[in-house]
Design a binder for this molecule. Structure first.
Ligand code: AMP
Length: 291
């Protein structure tokens, strides 16, 4: 595995390796990240992973300083996963002095994480655009867990005509359903046990909504019950929402391509989760019964 820390070393690696599939990360790698690398291997391209804890996507009172960092373990994980290239720029490579450009995405970036963390997606879009310019990947792999992030990156790539295919990879979960996340290590043991209530709540909500007869009032009531259940278990809920999967606009009834998004804090740890509520299958079953 080539380890590149400068643009010159990266350019040399790109010449050696040919077309690349990219997995962008902030390190503190877990099995979810490794599943992105495995998906990238399916492209048949050499796989590059980047590790960069991006200061621009953290707010002033967020956890940039205490975000977990373990370069040696991360490099060992990438090597074991068969990565051909690890790209480890430091902040001066990513944001050279005099740097004067940021990427601002409207549309899918505006609500939810965009509202809870006002400059977050500016940081994400800017660093991902830089990674695309530096690495010039044919394909880039992102986790479904950060659903809004995937929509923001996809919209940016489309709007700026960036020559890259964005691929979404399913969420990897612990046996109790909690989505793997680098921040889970900061949950106290008792919080860790309670954290599984977040995916359980979304799963139950999905089961309630994935039923063709759900009306607007029933959808609103089911969302409210999910809120209450989380609050009753000590979560500080930022949002539980039913949204259009691409525009991220809230919707009042489930339909084809709808999605649940949730963000809630347990103690100091903010947890995100998402599940599809795709009515296409339900409708197909109904229409095949009718005919
Ligand atoms: P991060 O290092 O948290 O910025 O995440 C890097 C990439 O890994 C992002 O595309 C995430 O969506 C993805 N990712 C994080 N957690 C998971 C998970 N549990 N399953 C699959 N992908 C994930």
């Amino acid at each position: 595995m080539i380890i590149a820390r400068t643009i010159e070393a990266l350019d040399a690696a790109r010449t050696t390796l040919g077309p690349l599939a990219l997995v962008p990360t902030m390190g503190a790698l877990h099995a979810g990240h490794v599943s992105l690398v495995a998906a990238a291997h399916e492209s048949g391209l050499a796989v590059a992973a980047s590790i960069f804890v991006n200061p621009l996507q953290f707010g002033p009172n967020e956890d940039f300083a205490r975000y977990p960092r373990d370069e040696a373990a991360d490099l060992a994980a990438l090597r074991a996963a068969g990565c051909a290239l690890a790209w480890l720029p430091d902040a001066s490579v990513m944001y050279p002095s005099g740097d004067a450009t940021v990427i601002e995405v409207a549309g899918p970036a505006q609500r939810w994480e965009g509202a809870a963390r006002p400059s977050h997606f500016r940081g994400v879009a800017t660093v991902v655009a830089k990674l695309f310019g530096q690495i010039r990947p044919e394909r880039a792999y992102f986790g479904e867990k950060d659903w809004q992030q995937v929509q923001v990156v996809s919209r940016m790539a489309r709007d700026l005509a960036l020559p890259v295919t964005i691929v979404t990879v399913p969420t990897m979960r612990e046996p109790d359903g909690l989505a793997l996340s680098s921040r889970n290590r900061y949950l106290a043991p008792e919080e860790r046990r309670r954290a599984a209530i977040l995916p359980a709540t979304l799963q139950d909500l999905r089961a309630e909504l994935q039923n063709d007869a759900v009306a607007e009032s029933a959808t609103a009531a089911a969302l409210e019950r999910a809120h209450t259940r989380l609050r009753d278990h000590g979560f500080a809920v930022d949002y539980v929402a039913l949204v259009d999967a691409v525009s991220l606009e809230p919707i009042t009834c489930p339909r084809a391509g709808s999605r649940l998004l949730a963000a809630a804090r347990l103690g100091a740890v903010r947890l995100l989760d998402t599940m599809s509520v795709d009515m296409t299958m339900v409708r197909e079953e109904i229409s095949s019964e009718v005919h």
